[in-house]
Design a binder for this molecule. Structure first.
Ligand SMILES: Nc1nc2c(ncn2[C@@H]2O[C@H](COP(=O)(O)OP(=O)(O)OP(=O)(O)O)[C@@H](O)[C@H]2O)c(=O)[nH]1
Ligand SMILES: [Mg+2]
Length: 188
């Protein structure tokens, strides 16, 4: 099967569907509450199809595991996926990661990033909701996200991987589009 899909993955409510809307103009459902996307949406994007997956990390333990299993299986078995886009909430990421670390656990978004790399899905990291962070604090937060992902700061050295973005203001849209085009070209 041809690898013609771009998988959008990430925690619930980080803005995966909103990012896809900004990117394509297709009005996939977005919502204030986590758990908006329940079944995967398929959105045409040039010669690719974007796969808008449900988010994880908000419900009870069992449902949480079920969603995670589904996503993991979809990514592992999906010979149709060319590469992945991991969307994170730039402001919440570090706070949540600190909590996980304090419990002695690897933050789930860090785990996901490594998993996507292991699968050869070369994830682009979208640091979404950047509009919520005052200009003066952005570099520090982006550096912290990079550090968690194992990318030595400064973040500006990783512009081929991470992109500060706002689905709300569309800041970073051009950069995100360029990154996606470059990934697509690299995957041939
Ligand atoms: N301020 C701000 N809010 C955003 C941004 N992107 C998304 N949101 C809001 O975040 C909420 C969740 O957006 P969704 O796009 O539905 O998030 P999702 O990741 O698809 O969520 P699930 O489908 O539940 O996994 C909505 O209230 C959006 O309006 C952004 O860049 N800035
Ligand atoms: Mg969604």
């Amino acid at each position: 099967m041809e690898r013609d899909k771009i998988a959008f993955v990430g925690r619930s409510n980080v803005g995966k569907s909103s990012t896809i809307r900004a990117l394509t103009g297709v009005k996939v459902r977005v919502g204030k509450k986590p758990g908006t996307t329940v079944r995967p949406n398929l959105v045409p994007h040039g010669r690719y199809t974007i796969l808008d997956l449900p988010g994880f990390g908000f419900m009870g333990r069992e449902e949480q595991e079920a969603v995670k299993d589904y996503i993991v299986r979809r990514l592992e078995e999906g010979r149709d996926i060319a590469f992945a886009v991991e969307v994170v909430d730039a402001r919440d990421f570090v706070e949540i990661a600190l909590r996980w670390e304090a419990r002695g656990q690897i933050p789930v978004e860090v785990e996901l990033y490594h998993f996507l790399n292991e699968l050869g899905l070369n994830p682009i990291v979208v640091a979404n909701k950047i509009d919520k962070i005052p200009g003066g604090a952005r570099d520090e937060i982006l550096d912290a996200i990079c550090t968690y992902l194992g990318l030595a700061p400064p973040w500006q050295g990783w512009r081929a991987v991470i992109v500060p973005f706002s689905a709300k203001t569309r800041e970073g849209l051009r950069e995100l589009k360029t990154l996606i085009q470059e990934r697509a070209r690299a995957k041939g």
